[in-house]
Write a protein that binds this ligand. Structure first.
Ligand SMILES: Nc1ncnc2c1ncn2[C@@H]1O[C@H](COP(=O)(O)OP(=O)(O)OP(=O)(O)O)[C@@H](O)[C@H]1O
Ligand SMILES: [Mg+2]
Length: 296
């Protein structure tokens, strides 16, 4: 399983381009209509290949709009967006979409096939793959998300969580260079979410692949390499999860929560225990407590 995801396969893009593998937003401003308020205001950031970047922010802060701009579902009124050095515009969107795979919040709008298998195949047909490779990929990607038993099932009979797994399989099957998950695991239970994220991370870390996750699951955010925090259409802060979550009060001011472990650390601080760093997970918190204990 997962063999094709790993490393050197023929999937490393043919016709290798020499540009840097990254997505770049350069002073991007966007609004949905001429007289509507600006949804994004002068947004700039870069996401490199190999990176896992989480984008967080209050409801309506512009996260999904950013995702749609990344693969040319929308175009900015001001500024530019580059994917692997290529500017996103109506002439380049098909090439861009081969590189940028996206799974949204609501999987119902993403199904086109009459069976799960057809559905995963559909995305690949658009990318001109051989039949043999397609068959192999369908099985492998459905297996990766734990949906191999449902190949012949009609998509509309699946539960919300199963639909999301299939939507993720469809993106994995195409093997893009960048994967954007916009609340794509929101309908899964915590265990299912963890499993799928582990699969996606395995794929991401073993290939030259950038992962961009938009999520309200803060525990998941603590595992990302970098976090971009959006507030009212602007980039409020970028940094490592530790840098971001050590600013608890400011995060709360802009309508965000903090991870459970951060809250626990605060309680310990209030109780007079000073930790040497902001813990991001239970393991780190335990280590901090052991250190305190052994230096007493
Ligand atoms: N199709 C649309 N037409 C007009 N306005 C829109 C459209 N889609 C989004 N908006 C507005 O743009 C702003 C940003 O929306 P966006 O969906 O990008 O936010 P978000 O950060 O993804 O929010 P959430 O966390 O709720 O998913 C909001 O004010 C929203 O109402
Ligand atoms: Mg959204």
């Amino acid at each position: 399983m997962l063999s094709y995801f790993l490393g050197n396969s023929e999937l490393s893009r043919g016709g290798t381009r020499m540009e840097k593998s990254q997505i770049e937003f350069r002073n991007v401003s966007f609004r949905y209509h001429d007289d509507a308020p600006w949804v994004l205001k002068n947004v700039s950031f870069t996401i490199d290949a190999d990176e896992w970047v989480a984008i967080i922010g209050h409801n309506g802060s512009g996260k999904s709009t950013i995702a749609k701009l990344m693969n040319g579902l929308l175009f900015p009124q001001e500024g530019e967006i580059y994917v692997s050095g290529q500017k996103v515009n109506p002439d380049t969107i098909w090439e861009i979409r081969e590189q940028v795979g996206m799974v949204f919040q609501n999987p119902d709008n993403q199904f086109v096939g009459t069976t799960v298998r057809d559905d995963v195949a559909f995305g690949m047909e658009n990318h001109g793959m051989s039949r043999e490779l397609m068959v192999e990929r369908i099985s492998e990607s459905l297996e990766a998300v734990g949906m191999e038993a449902y190949e012949r099932q009609e998509p509309h009979r699946l539960s919300g969580g199963q639909k999301q797994r299939v939507a993720i399989a469809s993106v994995l099957a195409v093997s893009p260079k960048y994967i954007i998950l916009d609340e794509a695991t929101a309908m899964l239970d915590p265990k299912g979410r963890k499993e799928i994220m582990q699969t996606i991370r395995d794929v991401q870390s073993k290939r030259n692949l950038a992962l961009i996750t938009i999520t309200h699951d803060l525990q998941e955010v603590t595992q990302a390499d970098r976090v971009i925090v959006m507030n009212q259409g602007k980039v409020w802060m970028q940094g490592s999860p530790r840098e971001i979550f050590s600013r608890k009060e400011q995060l709360i001011e802009i309508g965000l929560d903090t991870p459970f472990v951060s809250k626990l650390a605060d309680e310990l601080l209030n109780a007079g225990l000073s930790l040497s760093r902001e813990p991001l997970n239970h393991q780190e918190l335990l280590e901090e407590l052991w250190t305190l204990h052994s230096t007493k």
